[in-house]
Design a protein around this ligand. Sequence first.
Ligand SMILES: [Zn+2]
Length: 100
Amino acid sequence: MVINAMEKIMKDLFSEYEHKLQMKCTCESCKEDVLAMVLNKVQPKYVTNEEKVMYIKAGYVDKQEMTTLLVKLIECAKLVSDNPYCKTGKKAEVDQSSTV
Ligand SMILES: [Zn+2]
């Protein structure tokens, strides 16, 4: 079993800071968009079991790297919030320009 440790770390970070990100839409679709976007920006760290994820995560705690991850997360949350791809967001977009 191959797991990207960053995925778990980012999910945890996201749920921890979700209320501070002030996203316009926080539906599952938008949250997944943020996660996918931020995970594309960070180097993946593959491990073979859940326990190893915790070791990787422990390595990030109280480090400059965690701040870097958080900054990336905030950037992505803002991008998705400004241009949501979910139905709610699309609707607002269609209202603005009906020719798409
Ligand atoms: Zn949404």
